[in-house]
Design a protein around this ligand. Sequence first.
Ligand code: ZN
Length: 304
Amino acid sequence: MSKIPYTVYFFNNCHNLDHVAYYGTRAFFDLGTSGRQENQARNLRPGQACVVVSQSSGNRVVFKWYSFEYETILPRDDGVLNRVFLGRFLTSEELPKSEAAGSARYSAFFNKNTVHFKTGSVFHKDIPLANRPVGTLESKKATHAPIDVEEQDLTDDEIDKALRANRLRIGIVPTDSQQGQVRQRRGQARIRKLTVENYGTRCAVCDVTDHALLIANHVVGWAEAPEHRGDLSNVICLCRIHDALFEAGYWSLGNRLGLLRKKSVASNAIRQVLDGMTSFRKPLEFPPALCFVKRHRERAGFEG
Ligand SMILES: [Zn+2]
């Protein structure tokens, strides 16, 4: 058994970049937005196994395993935009280079019969399922099954955990009971709380920090995509003013999360609000996924 091949994406972090420091806690790798890297590791599916190698001390190397969640585009501190890969950390192991180079699990990183890393940033390779380290063989059912907020009495902690794992569903099962509606509202309240925290209690595009004015805005709307209501990469923190103008399509986000403003606006008041927006500030984690941003752009008429 366990001869079933399993595709693993290998990411070479030979310069030991700290992706978490650059992009937030769920980031594990980045690639450029042009040239060769533009087209590498395209269209990874959620749950894809990814392993990132970094150098450790004394000829040792560290392998960190992640379950891929989504890709976005974010600036490093030098302002350069990069494709950023986000996911859930699974496990890590540290090995002497020589041992790693000779192992079936990691030899893909090395030039044949040497302890030198291959040049290049990304490879993918089928390895036998049994060669994955302990801690990466998660039960799909236990870790990915959706949780309907109306169906059980969840604590705030349980709701937060489900949201952070992108497993919480809201309003998918029919419910008209009072209890179901109370549970639904609790789910919405937790989405707002996590989103406001994620954006440092501040509107993502201006300087409003008044808690009473901050809203969890669904990039792809509540009614439009019920299945993405609990997806934190579909929610941004906005003040009520920018929320209203975002909903009405007066502004949107570009593919690199730059601000797009509607050109012909009759109202001076709205024009002033649009001009007062600074730039989109990246959150601590769960930056908006580009697929949702694109849908908003299309709906607001910025695309095509
Ligand atoms: Zn604002």
